[in-house]
Design a protein around this ligand. Structure first.
Ligand code: ADP
Ligand code: MG
Length: 206
């Protein structure tokens, strides 16, 4: 498990987000400003351009560059949030062997970055509602002896449940919170892209 595997993940994720851009934007049009799909697509297209232009010596260098690219290319809430995720995820993997346990610690560090920036709590109807159950399921899978792909698969399944559970919630963070009670009845776009991110990781980081 090394640089090429993580680069494959980012490429697969870029493709997935491109294919789902219209869907993510449709979700954001109901409770936001109809740009989540184009934000994610633009950001990850830029990440792929960086992968094509540069070569990376280490996993952390690759992931940190992806994070900086997202911060610089994506306006809106999601750019800095996902950018910080990748920056901290990469930083946590600097100089350590990629194992199910170290990736779990790195995921926690990345999500810690999302919380430090966005101050979301569970139930606020944000991407954290997908991340929180995903981290829990990941740790439980590793404790039960899962390999990386198994743990990421468990995380992706839990994220999907968390994503679905955002639908009835009233948003308390981000643009959707401006709608108050009218935000209920719609699935959160960011929880949806987080689920795509983890599904892509489970497919590619085997
Ligand atoms: P913007 O809301 O600025 O248009 P996007 O549409 O790209 O940005 O992203 C919206 C998503 O960002 C939301 O669906 C939500 O999941 C996530 N989000 C917004 N604010 C926060 C926050 N404070 N913490 C965590 N996630 C957030
Ligand atoms: Mg938006």
């Amino acid at each position: 498990m090394g640089v090429d595997d993580f680069a494959n993940w980012l490429r697969d994720l870029a493709k997935t987000l491109h294919e789902n851009a219209a869907y993510l934007t449709e979700l954001d049009s109901a409770i936001g400003d109809a740009d989540h799909g184009s934000n994610m697509d633009r950001g990850f297209t830029a990440v792929v351009a960086v992968l094509d232009e540069s070569s990376f010596e280490s996993v952390d260098e690759l992931l940190k560059k992806a994070g900086m690219t997202l911060v610089s290319k994506v306006g809106g809430a999601s750019g800095p949030l996902y950018g910080t995720f990748f920056l901290r995820f990469g930083t946590a993997l600097a100089g350590v062997e990629v194992t199910p346990a170290s990736v779990g610690e790195a995921l926690k560090a990345g999500v810690g970055g999302i919380l430090a920036r966005g101050k979301a709590e569970l139930g606020d109807k944000t991407m954290y509602d997908a991340w929180a159950p995903a981290l829990e399921a990941y740790d439980a899978a590793v404790a039960g002896g899962s390999d990386l792909a198994g743990a990421l698969g468990a995380a992706a399944e839990a994220a999907a449940k968390g994503r679905d559970a955002t639908t009835p919630l009233v948003a308390r963070k981000g643009r959707a919170s401006y709608l108050g009670e009218r935000s209920a009845g719609h699935q959160d776009p960011g929880a949806t892209s987080t689920t795509l991110l983890l599904e892509s990781a489970a497919r590619t980081l085997a």
